[in-house]
Design a protein around this ligand. Structure first.
Ligand SMILES: Nc1ncnc2c1ncn2[C@@H]1O[C@H](COP(=O)(O)OP(=O)(O)OP(=O)(O)O)[C@@H](O)[C@H]1O
Length: 812
């Protein structure tokens, strides 16, 4: 732009000379001086300037180092743009704030110019507007929605945060961690404390070289700034006098000798259109696609020092998050529909594509209808899965979550022993000897695990604390996510020592309490954006990134690729909290002679649960409670035994049992009499024993059978729908040891603890779950199981007809 600059310099010199002459004349003649005819040379210079300015105008608009800050008023009604150094070349200040319309126009012009003349993402804008509560920025709303204007502070506290953001920008710039620029726009500051103004001055001093430009409206003392002074007085016509910009003075005097006007009020539709255009441009540039998250070279990451994953972009570029010593565990929050599922899928698919299944193991828990991890497991329609996933809980029980946490804790113990053997103290060093994978355990709606004061909650807290504290040394990482404030508070309330370990805070729109109390960054973002804060949520340490929506084709393709590359890796074990389980799905190895299978353990391995009917005293099973599932579990037990060659004698007092699996049947009315004649090696399966008419003699025969049966291979599997009748039948506490196994259904802990022990007082029955107690196998609180139920197409057979003879053979 040499033509324009030379013309401007000549004109400025001309102006200086004319101004000096004018001043002298004015001194002599007073107001009459202004009637003095204008020097024809000056008019000629002005014409030259105006022509050069018109020719260069387009070029000027694209230079981020120059700002069109108003109009220089010339003679003959001519004006030329007032161009001042800006951006990296200078700050700009005004003597009055944006309550003056011309200054508000300057604010908008400056922002649109600064954003528009840089590459998308090259400039962040932070605003302060306490006197008009943000009105100066209102027409630029799309830029705020797109995250280009990161914050507009409307009170003094927020103003201090905004200044802190700019200070952090300088610090990051000095440290070489950022190369983008920030424009701090102080549109108005009303009664700001002196210290805040001093901080802005300090920013102005160091900012030019270190990434911050200040537009300080109402701050005429701003260092390194050209200052536009509103000229007072009735004759001033709202004119402005501008001081020389320190970086590029207009001329020899202190000020530009010609009068200046504030920028004109632009057409509102132009401002709105520009803001929208720039916002769209910023969004398009800041948004990666889901496919962009998948590296070109899959599984090439080295997990020794940490795991790294690309999640999106912010103004400074790509945003990579890490699981490492600095950010070993993550806390994620956001309101319903805030994008938590999508964000977690971005992270987990990103990780799975970067690291091999031997380097990364995923444990995925979902405690409510929230995130569903079906994208990791085979489904009826799509058999592909993510081979990194080791265990997945969908709408998991708390006990399942606990089992996963226990497994991780045991894994840490195992690793610690190995590390001691090698004499190393970090996961990175361990990897030099053995290729242990890093483990990432995601618990969505984790607060469910901590709810209440029961044993599960207290054990979960203890385990979480241990994992949070020690996980980093052993390569075990937690991601706790919650949609509710109470979720995060639950963790806080339970153990603040856990909370403190989560230096990585991730806040999706509407998240509260994930960030520090005075950090409201999550309130200002919209869907598709995330606040990432690696300093425990501290205000001023946020990065606002845009993350992509998921893409089911890309996910499917990756699953197929991974499946192809890791053919030998089996599908993860999946616990579906809401699904019934069936004996028919038991694996061949799970069916063993003499083992009555009753359901599936709610545990990491989801093993088949049952009672072993061996020769030890007491090897009988009582199914207790009126829930009809008790009858179905007993059917499964009978079937599993009969399938392995055990002779099963069935008797049904309920009229609803499916006795097809039984080898023999006995009519209900013949049951009492048959008790004395049970052949050796027989299992009696009895449905609804509470309805059996047992006189004293029969009851005694029953007790004798219980006491002596196992030694000769005779076992009773009995379903009592009432607890009282069960204890009566076995002879109360005297017979306690005679029935060692029980499957407890809908009977509260308070009712059974007298018989089974105080450790069962916390048992609270729930649909589809039972408590398996084996007095010989464990002294703890029993095992939570999902009892086997009938398949849906397995219709209830209706009342069974009893035969005429006591023992009727139904199957050879
Ligand atoms: N980064 C994004 N870009 C575009 N759309 C998104 C993005 N993230 C989420 N969405 C959309 O927002 C909607 C809600 O997202 P998501 O299911 O992840 O929310 P959530 O917080 O898990 O909510 P909920 O638990 O209630 O399902 C979805 O339709 C999703 O496609």
């Amino acid at each position: 732009m040499p033509g324009f600059q030379t013309a401007l310099a000549n004109a400025a010199a001309g102006c200086d000379a004319a101004a000096a002459r004018l001043a002298q004349v004015a001194q002599r003649l007073g107001d009459a001086a202004f009637q003095t005819p204008v020097d024809p040379e000056l008019l000629a210079a002005e014409r030259q300037i105006a022509d050069a300015a018109a020719a260069s105008a387009q070029q000027l608009r694209t230079d981020p180092g120059l700002l069109h800050a108003g109009r220089i008023v010339l003679h003959e009604g001519r004006t030329v743009p007032l161009i001042v150094p800006f951006g990296e070349r200078g700050h700009l200040a005004t003597s009055v704030d944006a309550r003056v319309e011309g200054v508000a126009n300057l604010v908008r012009t400056a922002i649109l110019h600064a954003v528009g003349t840089r590459e998308p993402g090259g400039l962040r804008v932070v605003g302060i507007d306490t006197a008009t509560l943000g009105a100066s920025f209102a027409p630029l709303r799309p830029l705020a929605d797109a995250g280009v204007i990161e914050a507009v502070a409307t009170d003094t506290r927020a103003a201090a945060d905004a200044v802190a953001l700019a200070e952090a920008q300088v610090a990051e710039h000095i440290a070489g961690r950022r190369t983008d620029r920030m424009l701090l726009v102080v549109a108005s500051l009303s009664e700001a404390p002196r210290t805040l103004v001093e901080r802005i001055d300090a920013l102005a001093r160091s900012g030019l070289a270190h990434g911050v430009t200040v537009l300080g409206c109402g701050l005429p003392e701003l260092p390194q700034a050209a200052v536009m002074h509103a000229v007072d007085g009735p004759a001033s016509q709202g004119r402005v006098a501008i001081t020389n910009p320190p970086a590029a003075p207009f001329g020899r005097g202190e000020r530009l000798a010609a009068p200046v006007d504030w920028p004109e009020t632009p057409d509102p539709s132009f401002v709105a259109g520009e803001a929208l255009r720039l916002a769209e441009r910023a969004k398009a540039a800041a948004t990666l696609t889901f496919a962009d998250l998948i590296p070109a070279q899959p599984e090439s990451g080295d997990p020794a020092k940490g795991l790294e994953v690309l999640i999106g972009r912010d103004a400074a570029g790509e945003v990579q998050l890490r699981f490492d010593d600095a950010t070993p565990h993550w806390l994620v929050g956001g309101r319903t529909g805030g994008g938590k599922t999508v964000f977690l899928l971005d992270v987990l698919y990103g990780l799975a594509s970067r690291y091999a299944p031997s380097d990364l193991a995923l444990f995925l828990l979902d405690f409510k209808e929230g995130v569903s991890f079906t994208e990791f497991i085979p489904t009826d329609r799509d058999r592909s899965f993510i081979p990194h996933a080791r265990a997945v809980g969908v709408e998991s029980d708390r006990e399942y979550g606990l089992a996963v946490l226990r497994t991780l804790s045991e894994e840490m113990t195992r690793r610690s022993t190995v590390m001691k053997n090698y004499g190393v103290a970090s996961f990175a060093k361990l990897r030099e000897h053995e290729a242990y994978p890093r483990i990432v355990c995601v618990a969505d709606e984790f607060q469910v695990l901590l709810a209440g004061n029961d044993k599960v909650a207290s054990e979960a807290v203890a385990l979480l604390e241990e994992l949070a504290r020690k996980g980093r040394s052993y390569g075990v990482h937690l991601v706790l996510a919650s949609q509710t404030i109470s979720g995060i508070e639950a963790l806080w309330a339970k153990q603040d020592s856990i909370f403190g370990q989560f230096s990585m805070r991730i806040a999706l729109p509407g998240a509260r309490t994930v960030l520090a109390a005075n950090n409201d960054a999550a309130a200002r973002i919209s869907l598709g954006q995330v606040v990432v804060n690696t300093e425990g949520g501290t205000a001023g340490a946020d990065r606002v990134a845009r993350f992509p929506d998921t893409d089911s084709h890309v996910m499917h393709r990756l699953r197929e690729q991974l499946g192809e590359a890791h053919k030998g890796v089996g599908a993860p074990r999946v616990f579906y909290g809401y699904r019934p389980v069936h004996l028919a799905e038991a694996l061949p190895g799970e069916r063993k002679p003499g083992r009555a299978l009753l359901g599936r353990e709610v545990s990491l391995r989801l093993d088949a649960a049952g009672a072993d009917l061996d020769r030890r005293p007491g090897r009988h099973l009582a199914v207790l409670g009126s829930d009809p599932v008790g009858g179905e579990a007993l059917e499964a037990a009978a079937e599993s035994l009969a399938g392995n060659g055990t002779r099963v004698l069935a008797v049904d007092f309920t009229g609803n049992a499916d006795l097809r699996a039984a080898t023999d049947r006995v009519a209900p009315e013949a049951f009492a009499a048959s008790l004395g004649e049970i052949p050796d090696g027989t299992v009696i399966a009895a449905w609804g024993l509470d309805a059996a008419a047992l006189d004293m003699k029969a009851q005694q025969a029953l007790r004798a059978l219980l006491r002596t049966g196992p030694a000769r291979g005779v076992h009773l599997l009995g379903w009592w729908r009432t607890f009282r009748r069960f204890t009566d039948d076995i002879g109360g506490s005297a017979g306690r040891e005679d029935v060692a196994c029980a499957l407890v259904l809908n009977l509260p802990g308070g009712e059974i603890m007298g018989h089974f022990g105080p450790q069962f007082q916390h048992w609270s029955p729930r649909a589809g779950r039972a408590l398996l107690i084996d007095r010989h196998a464990d002294t703890g609180g029993g095992k939570l199981v999902v009892p086997f139920s009938r398949m849906e197409d397995q219709a209830a057979p209706g009342p069974q007809r009893s035969g005429g003879t006591p023992i009727e053979r139904t199957r050879p």
